[in-house]
Design a protein around this ligand. Structure first.
Ligand code: HEC
Ligand code: HEC
Length: 214
């Protein structure tokens, strides 16, 4: 367990030093105004301002541009193969510049309130897991990578996405898919390593907590 935690710390430190963020500079050059028009194609599912009203479609409002660009590219290259609909949509993003502009547009949108009402009985357990992890099973606290309230750290470490305020059911789907190997585009297997140690109940609890964070 100790070893696992130490390995995680090393990974986080490497990311913070720029190990995984090559290209972050270029990403920040996206043009949000140009992105608004280009995102028209995406709004039907993700909401015109990135606040989708259906948990099938993740919220993109307030997400880091660099993370959005990475996901679009991962869908294009087949590295993220957990959704055919989105793979088809990503194929329609014609250039890196378009992806960056769209990312820049969503990054400056404000996230709206949650669709689901948090289940008060398990929200506290979810917050505890988020902050402290689970020493027994070796789950590393989410806060170490995803920041306070799951709001991420900064655009310069967009490797770690905003997850606070995301739809509950979308969060459950992603965590389950990381655990089961259906989604496997996480750098250094960081999320799979964690999700594999989580129980269904822990996944549900942490998703309840996170979806309520605005
Ligand atoms: C027909 C519906 C649809 C359209 C249109 C669509 N998407 Fe998606 N998108 C999805 C679905 C569904 C997912 C979630 C996949 C999953 O369950 O993992 C998704 C996921 C994403 C993600 C990953 C978000 C995250 O938090 O990891 C990004 C980024 C994204 N879409 C960007 C776009 C962009 C950019 C466009 C426009 C070019 C677009 N999408 C158009 C359905 C759509
Ligand atoms: C060691 C760092 C690290 C820790 C700790 C960590 N994550 Fe992550 N997480 C990541 C990275 C990196 C990604 C982005 C994966 C990618 O690029 O596709 C991610 C992605 C995610 C996603 C997908 C987001 C989306 O929009 O699709 C969810 C959900 C998530 N993490 C939840 C959690 C939860 C819950 C915990 C705690 C139990 C946690 N993470 C702990 C590094 C971490």
């Amino acid at each position: 367990m100790k070893l696992v935690t130490r390995k995680m710390r090393l990974i986080v430190a490497a990311v913070a030093l720029g190990g995984f963020t090559a290209g972050a500079q270029a990403v920040s050059a996206g043009d949000a105004a140009a992105g608004e028009g280009k995102a028209g194609l995406c709004g039907g599912c993700h909401g015109f301002d990135g606040n989708s009203e259906d948990a099938t479609y993740p919220r993109l409002a307030g997400q880091y541009a660099g993370y959005i660009v990475k996901q679009v590219k991962d869908f294009q290259k087949g590295h993220r193969s957990n959704n055919d609909t989105m793979a088809g949509m990503a194929a329609m993003v014609g250039s890196d510049e378009d992806a960056k502009d769209i990312g820049a547009f969503y990054a400056v949108q404000k996230m709206k309130g949650s669709l689901s009402k948090p289940d008060k009985k398990i929200v506290a357990a979810g917050e505890k897991l988020f902050r402290e992890g689970n020493a027994k099973s070796g789950v590393y606290g989410c806060i170490n990578c995803h920041g306070e309230k799951g709001k991420g750290k900064s655009e310069s470490v967009s490797t770690f996405p905003v997850i606070g305020g995301q739809h509950r059911d979308y969060l459950v789907k992603q965590l389950t898919e990381f655990r089961d190997g259906i989604r496997a585009n996480d750098p250094a297997g960081m999320m799979a390593g964690i999700a594999k140690k989580m129980t269904d109940q822990e996944i549900k609890a942490v998703a309840e907590y996170l979806s309520a964070q605005l």
